[in-house]
Design a protein around this ligand. Structure first.
Ligand SMILES: [Zn+2]
Length: 290
């Protein structure tokens, strides 16, 4: 059974996975330095009796090397090689959105498909591309950074340094930030603290919630139509915390998407809700190591 390790900005979650099911799992806080993170990883890999280890990283990864990860001090480290030389085990390191899509293709809703687009809606917007059953890493490990598609000239600043990226407009966190500013500017609302959960709940009765909700579905629909027109996948899989309210927003975003997608693709590409939500990071990481 492979060991899956999900290295996040605040915690490292890990466990053994068999056929897409967690057998056991644990977690610990992410240490502050690269040296300490590697020590912790070596320790837990040495305590694992199997041979295959998959590691998901929120950042750009190519051939086992972490090229860029903004929230964890591992940028520039050949993590697969380092951990292999210290433990002797097989180590597979990938971007966490790629790991998510591999897990959905192997054990989840996208089983049996070969051309798949994956989108994760969370703090940011992540993406993954599978063509002919293979993940596309890109020439520099930055393939499928869908969050940074520019969709608004002079739009909000994005963490990447550009403006108007879809992540800076329509990630659940960006929608909340935008609504906070609108509330401050006097837009009527009953929401005391703005949250995506309340925006979804109050969208039919609250002025600000309605406008924030419409902004979310409009930009998601438009961005996903761009992806469909680019890749013509068999299916598009959505994951991340944003799919907790899938039943609320999916139809409205899909209607916008349908207006934007090429005529030859209309109605042909189903949107699927990810099978894995809890433990998706560990399961995705484990899927790398099969
Ligand atoms: Zn960006």
């Amino acid at each position: 059974m492979p060991l899956g390790i999900d290295v996040g900005g605040t915690k490292i979650a890990y466990g053994e996975v068999e056929n897409g099911k967690i057998i056991w799992k644990r977690q610990m806080p992410t240490p502050q330095t690269a040296e300490d993170i590697i020590d912790v990883l070596v320790d837990l890999i040495e305590n694992y009796t199997g041979d295959s280890v998959g590691i998901g990283i929120p950042g750009q990864v190519k051939d086992g090397v972490v090229l860029f990860t903004p929230n964890i001090p591992l940028t520039g480290i050949n993590l697969a090689h380092t951990l292999h030389s210290k433990t002797g085990k097989h180590i597979y390191v990938e971007n966490d959105a790629n790991a998510f899509l591999i897990a959905e293709a192997r054990w989840g809703v996208a089983k049996g498909y070969k051309h798949i687009i994956g989108i994760t809606l969370g703090t940011g917007i992540g993406g993954a591309i599978m063509l002919n059953g293979q993940i596309w890493q890109g020439a520099h490990g930055a393939g499928a950074e869908f969050g940074h598609m520019a969709v608004m000239e002079d739009g909000p600043m994005c963490g990447c340094g550009s403006r108007g990226c879809i992540e800076a407009i329509a990630s659940p966190r960006s929608i909340e930030k935008w609504a906070e500013v609108e509330k401050h500017n006097g837009m009527p609302t009953a929401m005391e603290r703005i949250s995506m959960v309340d925006i979804m709940k109050l969208k039919d009765t609250d002025t600000l919630a309605k406008i924030a909700y419409e902004r979310f579905v409009r930009y998601i629909g438009m961005a996903v139509a761009n992806l469909a027109n680019l890749f013509d996948p068999e299916v598009i899989v959505f994951g991340g915390s944003g799919v907790l309210s899938w039943d609320t927003w999916q139809k409205d975003a899909y209607a916008i998407y349908t207006r934007r997608v090429l005529p030859s693709l209309k109605g042909k590409i189903p949107w699927l809700k990810a099978h894995f939500s809890n433990n998706a990071g560990i399961i995705g990481a484990a899927a790398l190591a099969i």
